[in-house]
Design a protein around this ligand. Structure first.
Ligand SMILES: NC(=O)c1ccc[n+]([C@@H]2O[C@H](COP(=O)([O-])OP(=O)(O)OC[C@H]3O[C@@H](n4cnc5c(N)ncnc54)[C@H](OP(=O)(O)O)[C@@H]3O)[C@@H](O)[C@H]2O)c1
Length: 264
């Protein structure tokens, strides 16, 4: 299929956000296993210890690659800070086969609030800063740095909540919808980029524990409780395996939305 990517044994420049825990951590570890020596992996999140742990797990399974970690708070997008990270990690003299970016960072927002409780401008600004503005600006700075002829694969970790409303998830639904639309516009304007919006399904992580414990909606907390009680909540390993299968199969429209539960 036209959008299939074989990452195996390729020299890749790979940057992933939210790599200190949860889905991002497993995606970083499992994706990096494929890369050839000479590849560079850049891990971003706030927790230094979480990032160090991800780095050591990557090095255990693939010692030939360079792993750079940077503790950064993505609530305050900064072109200068992003440019510094990119300049320190992307060596233009290296002949990379592929650049791959995964915008995984994400927060739920205050799920104790109903839609009508959202009226604090600063809270909205913070929410959109980390979830929409930071991925947009970071992505554009990376694309500007990469050589024109380098193959570029951009992944946005999205959610069913970007397409379907969920009670008490108003921040999250607004943010995921807006973020996904940036990536869709990008794919429309630049068809030479390969762009995938991957929706990982309901996954065991700090995010879903918070959703279950704090949602204003008993329907929504009950949904997560049921998934846990029935053992049907996904693991980060399960969703990462599916993600890598989707990447390899390439059976999606450029800029499209692929869900964990979609057939390959
Ligand atoms: N879990 C699910 O069921 C599910 C379903 C659909 C979509 N998703 C999406 O999958 C992605 C990962 O979710 P997850 O469940 O793995 O969440 P998670 O366990 O809460 O992990 C979130 C990651 O984002 C980082 N992060 C949070 N705030 C940050 C900040 N201000 N600056 C920099 N990094 C920050 C965290 O690291 P630090 O705290 O160290 O900064 C962590 O690495 C998100 O985009 C989420 O929306 C998840």
């Amino acid at each position: 299929m036209a959008n299939s990517i074989d990452l195996f044994n390729k020299i890749v420049y790979f940057l992933i956000t939210g790599a200190s825990r949860g889905i991002g951590k497993t995606m970083a570890i499992e994706t990096s296993k494929n890369f050839a020596p000479g590849s560079v992996v850049v891990l971003l999140a706030r927790s230094q210890s979480g990032l160090e742990d991800t780095r050591s797990k990557i090095m255990e399974s693939n010692a030939g690659i360079k792993v750079i970690i940077k503790s950064i708070d993505l609530t305050k997008p900064s072109v200068e800070e992003y440019d510094e990270i990119i300049a320190d990690s992307f060596d233009k003299s290296v002949k990379y086969d592929q650049a791959m970016i995964i915008h995984n960072v994400g927060t739920l927002g205050d799920v104790a609030k109903w839609s009508t409780d959202i009226e604090n401008y600063k809270e909205l600004e913070n929410y959109f800063s980390i979830n929409v503005f930071a991925p947009t600006i970071l992505n554009n700075r990376l694309l500007k740095r990469f050589p024109i002829d380098l193959k570029k694969f951009v992944v946005n970790v999205t959610s069913k909540a970007g397409l379907t409303p969920f009670k008490s998830f108003t921040f999250y639904c607004m943010g995921k919808a807006a973020r996904e639309m940036y990536f869709r516009c990008l794919a429309e304007e630049f068809p030479n980029l390969l762009i995938l919006n991957y929706s990982p399904g309901p996954v065991e992580s700090e995010m879903t524990v918070y959703a279950q414990n704090s949602s204003a909606s008993s329907e929504v907390s009950g949904m997560f409780k049921n998934l846990r009680d029935q053992g049907t909540i996904l693991t980060t390993e399960m969703t990462t395996r599916k993600f890598l299968d989707v990447v390899k199969a390439g059976k999606y429209v450029n800029g499209g939305h692929v869900d964990y539960y979609d057939d390959l």
